[in-house]
Design a protein around this ligand. Structure first.
Ligand code: TRP
Length: 369
């Protein structure tokens, strides 16, 4: 059986929030614990973060530890998963350079996620080359580890698409008989609400700059305040008896993402499941405060163990850096191996190839002085 290998990661530009959690992190932990994978690599993508934060290196530097703490407290186990820091694997940049021959400018311009990010950052008139080409570097991240499975949020699908094209082109041109690069599949959340968890204010995107995030590391009071005071519900639902609307109602979107039937038994036995609760809400007679209190119970139950583990981990920060260092070293071995195969396939492994040296000396064996 072929190896099953996971690679995925995040840009270290801030602490991780519950959008990251339901979008991918929770799934990674489940996959890790399923025992179905031969190897798991989780990457802190600092080099990629620098492509649009090149003028703010200290932000990236400070967030390496934040993301590492968030990962481990959310259940990524360094014994089972290798956590690595992208910039510490120089082989990735070599791969990126070679793959860049296989990608056209117009193909990069069509990448919808990059397009969107260019707009958001007002890069239109002066796109940094590094930023423009980060999908190629992401293909290097994925293929260096021969990943078969990439658990990511939906915004990353265009990157996986580009990676697949690069893999196909590389193998077609350089290794048609015995493919060097491995094809990968994205794994995205099945639940619609998890695909794109909105901010607490109802904005489609949960983002630090909008100030509408619930962070994995928020205190219990912060979480409660964000839910009870800031969370957008249904503006037309003025009286408890009024029929409520679920569309665009953040409380129900979050319930979709987090709530399980057992939560009703524990915290809201009036209903057996979310369907019954939703039916009552839309019919009228169920108030927003009651819904928010229920959501708060669930969020506290979900986030409490993460927060507790984080506090423990925060007591020994050098140990976390050590995990990252060892993980990066281990990951580098794999990337080095892949790069050697890539270079051999690309016919640039001159000094390891006794046959090349022999053939070239034969060619010149007639020339005497
Ligand atoms: N682009 C991802 C993000 O913005 C981070 C990332 C970098 C990544 N390299 C990756 C994700 C490889 C999956 C696979 O969060």
């Amino acid at each position: 059986m072929a190896n099953k290998i996971i690679l995925t990661g995040d840009r270290p530009t801030g602490r991780l929030h519950i959008g990251h959690y339901v979008g991918s992190l929770r799934r990674r932990v489940e996959l890790q614990n399923s025992g179905e994978f031969d190897k798991i690599f989780i990457m802190i993508a600092d080099a990629q973060a620098l492509t649009d934060n090149f003028d703010n290196p200290d932000k990236v530097r400070a967030n390496i530890i934040e993301v590492a703490l968030d990962y481990i407290s959310a259940g990524i186990d360094p014994e089972k998963s290798t956590i690595l820091v992208q910039s510490q694997i120089p082989e990735l940049t070599e791969l990126t350079f070679f793959y860049s021959n296989l990608v056209t400018v117009s193909r990069l311009q069509r990448n919808p996620t990059v397009k969107n990010e260019i707009q958001l950052r007002n890069f239109e008139t002066s796109i940094p080359v590094g930023f423009f080409t980060y999908p190629i570097s992401q293909a290097a991240d994925i293929t260096a580890f021969k990943a078969t499975t990439v658990p990511v949020g939906v915004d990353q699908l265009p990157m996986i698409e580009q990676t697949k094209e690069i893999v196909q082109r590389f193998n077609f041109i350089y290794s048609p008989d015995k493919p060097v690069l491995v094809d990968c599949e994205a794994l995205i959340p099945e639940n619609e609400s998890c695909k794109r968890l909105p901010g607490v204010d109802g904005n489609a995107k949960m983002s630090k700059s909008l100030g509408n995030c619930i962070y994995l590391s928020d205190t219990a009071d912060d979480v409660k305040e964000k839910i009870m005071k800031k969370m957008f519900t249904d503006p037309q639902h003025l009286q408890v008896s009024d029929p409520g609307h679920l569309e665009g109602n953040v409380v129900f979107t979050y319930l979709d993402a987090f709530c399980r039937d057992e939560h009703f038994e524990r915290y809201l036995p009036d209903y057996a499941n979310l369907e019954e609760m939703k039916a009552h809400y839309t019919r009228g007679g169920l108030g927003d405060v009651k819904c928010k209190k229920f959501l708060n119970e669930i969020m506290q139950e979900t986030l409490e163990p993460i927060r507790v583990r984080r506090h423990e981990l925060e007591k020994d920060i050098p140990a976390i850096y050590d995990i990252l260092k060892k993980g990066s070293e281990k990951a580098r071995e794999t990337a080095t191996q892949t790069l050697a195969e890539v270079k051999a396939a690309m016919r640039i492994n001159y000094f390891d190839d006794a046959e090349l040296i022999r053939a070239q000396s034969e060619k010149y064996s007639g020339s005497k002085d």
